[in-house]
Design a protein. Structure first.
Length: 183
């Protein structure tokens, strides 16, 4: 007969910090994490010790922040992130823990912000960036996650200094769009 139990950890205020279900001493079921006020922060599905299913995290207001599908401890399928308002922020396709396919980012108004082809966890090929109205404003050529060139649809040109700023930014998309709007 399988031994099934849940271990809990608590904050100093007495609220539950985490709940970890076990089956025969192996994590099995939905692991839940809470903030100090008792609000659910995340849920991580386990199947016999491995992440398996859709992991979710939440904003303090209870809205979904992120969904990541797992299969046998690896990201597998469409990972999604959301704005605090609940609107879709991004979609990233994974195959066996590697970003593969077209990643998409969205403005909070629902319009497409960027479409970036990815291969082996890197931006690869021509990405398209859009303004908040949904109009394409630039094409960015990537090779192994490095920006090779940027072509603006209105003929604007980036300086080499601006290109370097975009390349070294944590978020290429937002930085490129910000600089584009400053031109």
């Amino acid at each position: 007969m399988a031994e099934i139990y849940v271990e809990k950890a608590y904050y100093e205020n007495g609220n539950v910090e985490m709940e970890i279900p076990f089956k025969d001493n192996i994590v099995h079921g939905i692991v839940k994490y809470y903030d100090e006020n008792g609000n659910l922060e995340s849920e991580m599905p386990y199947n016999i010790g491995e992440l398996h299913g859709i992991a979710r995290s939440y904003y303090k207001n209870g809205n979904l922040k992120m969904e990541i599908p797992f299969k046998n401890n690896k990201k597998q399928g469409m990972s999604k992130g959301y704005y605090e308002s609940g609107k879709l922020q991004y979609e990233m396709p994974y195959k066996k823990d590697i970003l593969q396919g077209i990643a998409k980012g969205y403005y909070e108004n629902g319009n497409l912000k960027a479409k970036t082809p990815c291969k082996d966890d890197k931006a690869q090929g021509i990405a398209r960036f859009y303004n908040k109205n949904g109009d394409m404003i630039m094409k960015v050529l990537y090779k192994d996650d490095e920006i090779q060139s940027i072509t603006c649809t209105n003929g604007k040109q980036f300086t080499s200094e601006q290109l370097a700023r975009i390349q070294h930014a944590n978020n290429h998309i937002d930085e490129a769009i910000q600089i584009y709007n400053e031109l």
